[in-house]
Design a protein around this ligand. Structure first.
Ligand SMILES: NC(=O)c1ccc[n+]([C@@H]2O[C@H](COP(=O)([O-])OP(=O)(O)OC[C@H]3O[C@@H](n4cnc5c(N)ncnc54)[C@H](OP(=O)(O)O)[C@@H]3O)[C@@H](O)[C@H]2O)c1
Length: 323
């Protein structure tokens, strides 16, 4: 008897979007503590573009089925679930995931909403609450505010305590998306004059929390925009330029720099993974947050999704459809 196969995206080398090739490969099987999921759709995250080049936090090994986020049906129980894979494996018709990272979906929650809330929603939640430690009425700056993570961070800011939300995004269309999602003001993230634009957008005062995903000069300009006791939360380095911070600067201005990586939430999965995710499901059910799906492609065209993402042409959640 021949072993069952499936369609998947694989990469046999690291590099640009063209290394993502559509192939027929053996279907994976679940081991102890794992679940086999028949995938219905897959979330594309910016991290996947770093992994494609082997420049992500977690080093990758070839050949690789990319991706970390799926919605589908558990093969064993028939339950509809959203799940976070371990070390890739999501860009495929079937995915094996650790059972602890597999969350059943409430009936009213559509697949796309669940996909957007997993990596990007959980990240936005922790950026405000766990890392930004938002206090009532504070001003928060959300960079890349029209993107997957940013669009949810904008929507969650006030429900989680912010008084004012300043968005940045690199085009007028994206800034309009951020305003439509509830930002009070939206400005250009060009590092030239960014500190001043953020101050002006906050009535001439320093800002309390900045959520930074770009790094490089955007980080520098944002750090300088912080009020005393302000916090900048670093969750991405889309520009691939890291920063160095002088402790004297932090002390002199009473500023904090805080890092966040989603996978650390799995070290305390009930408190930091499941509970916030269920909180997000409830917020989605009452209409407080809505995942804006900005693009969808068939699985075979994953490379096109990556191209659009790195060329800064997308807004919201990007989805790959299976079947
Ligand atoms: N630490 C974590 O656990 C974690 C979890 C989720 C996401 N993230 C990070 O959060 C960021 C957003 O992720 P996402 O998946 O939601 O993607 P996304 O926001 O939908 O897309 C990335 C956005 O980054 C902005 N950007 C800034 N500099 C860029 C550059 N040089 N090249 C391409 N884009 C650039 C673009 O927005 P503008 O054009 O408007 O600037 C772009 O829309 C990424 O940096 C990602 O790595 C981190």
């Amino acid at each position: 008897m021949t072993a069952p196969t499936m369609h998947a995206i694989r990469q046999h080398e690291f590099g640009g979007p063209d290394v993502l090739v559509h192939e027929e490969i053996p279907r994976p099987t679940a081991g102890p503590g794992e679940v086999l999921v028949r995938v219905r759709s897959i979330g594309v995250n910016f991290a996947d573009t770093h992994t494609r080049e082997n420049k992500y936090v977690q080093k990758a090994h070839l050949p690789l089925v990319p991706g970390q986020e799926v919605v589908g049906v558990r093969e064993d129980s028939g339950e509809r679930v959203v799940a976070l894979t371990q070390g890739g494996g999501a860009y495929a018709e079937w995915a094996v995931v650790p059972e602890a990272r597999c969350v059943p979906l409430p009936d009213g929650l559509p697949d796309d909403q669940a996909l957007g809330l997993l990596v990007q929603g959980l990240t936005a939640w922790h950026l405000h609450r766990t890392c930004g430690r938002l206090e009532g009425g504070e001003t928060v700056v959300v960079h890349s505010a029209a993107g997957g993570t940013g669009s949810l961070a904008v929507q969650l800011a006030k429900p989680l305590g912010a008084g004012r939300v300043i968005a940045t995004a690199s085009s007028a269309e994206k800034r309009q998306v951020a305003l439509d999602l509830g930002a009070d003001v939206a400005v250009d993230p060009d590092p030239e004059g960014l500190t001043e634009r953020l101050g002006e957008a906050n009535g001439g005062r320093g800002v309390d929390v900045v959520i930074d995903m770009s790094g490089g000069p955007v980080f520098e300009a944002s750090l300088r925009a912080l009020a005393p006791f302000g916090r900048i939360v670093v969750c991405g380095i889309a520009g691939k330029e890291q920063n160095e911070v002088r402790t004297g600067h932090l002390l002199r201005h009473s500023r904090s720099v805080i890092g966040f990586w989603l996978f650390h939430t799995l070290e305390d999965p009930e408190r930091r993974f499941r509970a916030p995710l269920l909180d997000l499901f409830e917020r989605a059910a009452r209409g407080e947050v809505r995942v804006h799906v900005g693009g969808r492609w068939p699985l075979a065209e994953a490379g096109e999704a990556h191209r659009a993402l790195v060329e800064r042409r997308t807004t919201g959640k990007l989805v790959l459809d299976v079947g």
